[in-house]
Design a protein around this ligand. Structure first.
Ligand SMILES: CC(=O)N[C@@H](Cc1ccc2ccccc2c1)C(=O)O
Ligand SMILES: [Mg+2]
Length: 371
């Protein structure tokens, strides 16, 4: 497509319930979107960074800065007519900033596919027209009683599996309470968001105790770079280790698998640099018989639309965190994703199949990057 105007759009959406993880608590989603106006069509992408560098090194202010001062100028230097497939090449000289890149690449791909009248799901070779939805449950302020209440509500809503956040001091007891309340049949996994230290005996003891609870996975117990530590403990545990923050791109995924650091991968298009790196990770895991699932970063409907199309790809055989819009927002930025029989419908219209609603955009701040 030929880019005529490129803007950053920043909008904050309140969360329906506070979302606490081992790295902090969120009360709203401060979203950063890339809006591409090309001659042929418009496109939208979402940068999944948190407001602070607590999940990875990236954060929204830094992403906005690197997009404005580094990524967009490089992208448009050779000329404004380009394909989404060229973004990786044009940004090849830049290290990291994968969440910022992902927003740019997916916005361009959205515009390109809209211009071609082709849905993202078809473009990605999706094989499903609806995807099973799991749910990620934070550490509630109200402790175990509130956790049981929240999980009950999500199971009633139809979510097919529950992922519970764990952290030092909030791990074995709440998970045992879920087992006691919902029985061995509850499809339950945990996500530590890198909150434990492999060299702290008490931390390892807590994880060893979680390993006794028949969980589907233990996600990212240790820091993202500690692949050997994950491998050492994965070998001791019955419960498969899933990595999220560690898996920054396909090359890292291949190394993590070769080191046996994990047996499952949480793939997030917004984390790994965009749809094309996502396909590379999907293919690398599939070639090695490693199941993947699509994680979430509290995206608005823009990022959620990308995730749902990705979750419909063949290798995404495990339910992910692509929950319905109302899990996070009373009013989504786009038409909502609604849970039906525990599944979300994959958009079939051109591009990502969602765009921001004008009334919510009215509250947004715009930063022109190229025009
Ligand atoms: C659904 C889920 O658990 N997501 C992340 C954690 C997470 C939590 C809170 C966030 C807030 C702002 C941006 C990104 C965030 C990511 C995860 O899988 O590890
Ligand atoms: Mg995670």
């Amino acid at each position: 497509v030929t880019v005529e105007r490129l803007e950053l759009v920043r909008v904050s959406l309140p969360l329906v319930t506070p979302f606490r993880t081992s790295f902090g608590v969120q009360h709203e989603r401060d979203a950063l979107l890339v809006h591409v106006r090309a001659r042929e069509a418009q496109g939208w992408g979402e940068c999944v960074t948190p407001a602070a560098p607590v999940y990875s090194e990236e954060y929204t202010g830094g992403a906005a800065h690197v997009l404005e001062h580094q990524l967009v100028p490089r992208l448009l230097a050779p000329g404004r007519t380009l394909r989404a497939e060229d973004v990786g090449l044009r940004l090849a000289g830049v290290r990291g900033h994968r969440m910022a890149r992902a927003a740019l690449e997916s916005a361009l791909l959205d515009a390109q596919l809209r211009a071609a009248g082709r849905s993202l799901a078809v473009h990605l070779g999706a094989t499903r027209d609806r995807v099973a939805a799991g749910v990620s449950v934070g550490i509630p302020d109200g402790g175990i009683p509130e956790l049981l209440e929240q999980v009950e509500g999500y199971l009633d809503a139809g979510y097919v599996r529950v992922k519970a956040k764990v952290a030092r001091g909030s791990d074995v007891a709440p998970m045992q309470a879920l087992r006691t309340r919902f029985g061995a049949r509850l499809r339950l996994q945990v996500d530590a968001n890198a909150g434990y230290d492999p060299d702290t005996p008490a931390d390892v003891a807590a994880l060893d105790a979680l390993d006794e609870l028949g969980l589907l996975q233990i996600e990212q117990p240790f820091a993202p770079d500690r692949l050997l530590a994950h491998a050492a403990h994965a070998a001791r545990w019955r419960t498969p280790v899933c990595l999220d923050e560690s898996i920054t791109d396909a090359a890292r995924a291949v190394e993590a698998l070769a080191l046996r650091a994990c047996r499952i991968v949480n793939v997030k298009p917004g984390r790994v640099g965009g749809p094309f790196e996502t396909v590379r990770i999907h293919d690398a895991c599939r070639d090695r018989g490693i199941p993947v699932w699509c994680g979430g970063m509290l995206e608005t409907g823009i990022g959620r639309a990308l995730n749902v199309a990705v979750a419909a790809m063949p290798g995404f055989e495990l339910p992910g965190d692509t929950s319905a819009s109302d899990r996070y927002f009373r009013e989504d930025l786009t038409d909502p994703f609604v849970l039906v029989d525990g599944h979300l419908a994959v958009p079939t219209t051109p591009g990502i199949g969602r765009e921001p609603r004008d009334e919510v955009l009215a509250t947004a701040t715009r930063l022109p990057l190229a025009g």
